[in-house]
Structures are given as structure tokens and as C-alpha cells.
Design a protein around this ligand. Sequence first.
Ligand SMILES: CC(C)(COP(=O)(O)OP(=O)(O)OC[C@H]1O[C@@H](n2cnc3c(N)ncnc32)[C@H](O)[C@@H]1OP(=O)(O)O)[C@@H](O)C(=O)NCCC(=O)NCCS
Length: 166
Amino acid sequence: MRLARRADARAWHALQQAIYDEGKAFVGDGPASERALADRLQFAARHSATVWLAERSGELVGWCEAARLGAARLEHVAMLTVAVAEHSRRRGVGSALLAEAERWAREQRVRKLSLHVRAGNEAALALYRRAGFVVEGVERGHVRDGASFEDNVVMAKHLVAPEAPA
Ligand SMILES: CC(C)(COP(=O)(O)OP(=O)(O)OC[C@H]1O[C@@H](n2cnc3c(N)ncnc32)[C@H](O)[C@@H]1OP(=O)(O)O)[C@@H](O)C(=O)NCCC(=O)NCCS
């Protein structure tokens, strides 16, 4: 596991495309362009984002991105995205990436990890629950999937109790 850099954009784009092609996890129409991803990786720190890659035998098998919003009222929250290549699932890669993001978050004094997951994404829901995330809310009928609409689940892990002062 290591931090991503600009030169990883091509492999990251290909893995994102594969996950989009599965059609079950993400809600966007597709990954950003390779060039945009390269810029994102190059300027990640400036944009309050960090991307970790998981590799096996030199091949990219997963990633996790943590992004903090710049606003002072929200900068204690990091939004997470995690995904693992289909052939490398159920081997602890997702858990390891989440653990890495959590270690970083504690160092950065992030108080809350937050993420969104489609209600039908049982693998992700199970992964997050096992990592200590809890459901904070459900956005009903939020995600269009062909002719039907799916709920969007908002989950979080509080690293510091919400009522604790800054
Ligand atoms: C969700 C995802 C990241 C999980 O990654 P992973 O590397 O397979 O996860 P792990 O191997 O660390 O699994 C940890 C635990 O999560 C749970 N879990 C993971 N996949 C599961 C599945 N398909 N069904 C049930 N539980 C599952 C299990 O409790 C598992 O522990 P176990 O294997 O000892 O039983 C992966 O399935 C994925 O990339 N899916 C497509 C992208 C995606 O959905 N991203 C999340 C968007 S919100």
C-alpha cells in the first residue's frame, strides 16, 4: 500500500473504468479523464485529498481516496471512496485501505469519516459495518438504476464523539 502519484493516473483510470463498468457501485457516469486524474493526484494535498493505492505484484488492485472539504465548518470531516478490483476481493484489501485512511485521519485530527453507499451494495455495506461505520441516514430513491430507483445510505465513523468540543 502506498500513496498515489501523478504517474499512477493511467492505472487508476483503468481500475475506475472497470468498477464503473460493473455498474453496481458508483453513481457517476464514469471516471474523470486520465489527465484530470493525473492533475488530481499531483495537486491532491492542495485540494485536501489523499489517495492510497494497493498493489499486488506491481498491479493496481485497489484504492482509497479521502477528501476534506475546504470550508472551516466542515474540514473536520473526510469523505471516503474505496474500491478493489473484482479479482482481488475478499482478501482483506478493502479493509487494509480503510485502516490506512483511518490512521491518516487520526493523524490529521479528522473527527469524522463519512461515505455514501448504494443500498444494494451489500459487499460495501458489510465492509463498512465491520470497520465500525454506522448508518447515519438513508436518502430514499436517490439513485436511478435503469427504470428503478435505489436508496443511498449515508454512513460514518466518528473518531471523536460528536459532542466533544474542538
Ligand atoms: C466493497 C469492496 C471495496 C470490498 O473490498 P474487499 O477487499 O473485498 O473487502 P475485504 O476483503 O477487506 O472484506 C472485509 C469484510 O467485508 C465484508 N464483505 C466484503 N465483501 C463482501 C461480500 N461480497 N459479501 C458479504 N460481505 C462482504 C466481509 O465481512 C469481509 O470479511 P471476510 O472476507 O473475512 O468475511 C469491494 O467489494 C469493491 O471494490 N466493490 C466495488 C466498488 C465498491 O462498491 N466500492 C464502495 C463504493 S461505496
